[in-house]
Design a protein around this ligand. Sequence first.
Ligand code: SF4
Ligand code: SF4
Ligand code: SF4
Length: 308
Amino acid sequence: MPITRRELITGVAKVGAPAAIVVTLGKDALKTEPIPVPNAAVGLLYDATICIGCKACVAACAEANNTPPDTRGDALHQAPSDLNDVTRNVIKLYKPDDGSAFSFVKRQCMHCLDPACAAGCPFQALHKDPETGVVSWTADKCIGCRYCTITCPFHIPRFQWAGFNPRVTKCEFCSHRLEKGLKPGCTSVCPTGAVIFGPRPVLLLEAKRRIQSSPGRYFQNRVYGELDNGGTQALYLSHVPFEKLGLPELGPESVPARTLRWQRRFYQYFALPALLYAGLVQVIRKSLKGHEQEAHEREKETGLRAQL
Ligand code: SF4
Ligand code: SF4
Ligand code: SF4
């Protein structure tokens, strides 16, 4: 018995209706949740408008972390031009050609609330402390895949290419100093208060107080890191656009949340054809059953006729 158009439409609709429900309900799964801030989240606030580029914080970071002198750019002086395998904190200068405002910028790990480096690490060698929110690296879990150097939207982790037992290096908020009740190295030497340390909520209030008390001083009256990339624990104030300082406009959704949303969307749209296919299978199976039954009845009828 051939499948009629009516049967085909009814069968597909039967399965298609629940599919439509699944797809509609699935939209909820695409919503992103706000990322919780750890209870005792620490942070640093860097205010580019009062940084004088003295690099005392760079030297203090090297001393606090016992990193070797970085003299690759200049054999006589320690003058790193960017973060690298021995430099966890760097001061750069943004100086546009058109003579408009210049700015220094301090770069180190942002200690994201939802760190892409940790989300991408297959062995949890990078992990976020649930209390303080500090993102650290554990040597014995790392297999050296360097995936974290690709997934970080701020291009922070660096890999030691030389050496027998290479490490991934990045700022770990001087957690060895925090354990002793000390401040991170970079935040304990700044002569102008351009970089300060404290609980993240307190730093956020301080940043907003500065914006309010100096109208027009800060770019977009905005604290970079309050919401960017789902929020970070290193917060920035600046008088020039953040992008000029190497801080990308990532939006309020974290990179891992965005990736998850696209993954869900992919599976969501994959579900609809799969369910429609299931509908077709059901129609075909029903039709085959009908064929079998018809053949069986025909056989029975032929048998009866033979007996007569
Ligand atoms: S800035 Fe990069 S390395 Fe630092 S926590 Fe965020 S994703 Fe990880
Ligand atoms: S918190 Fe520590 S490791 Fe990070 S930049 Fe400051 S001094 Fe360097
Ligand atoms: S110590 Fe302070 S003023 Fe000096 S470069 Fe670092 S952040 Fe800027």
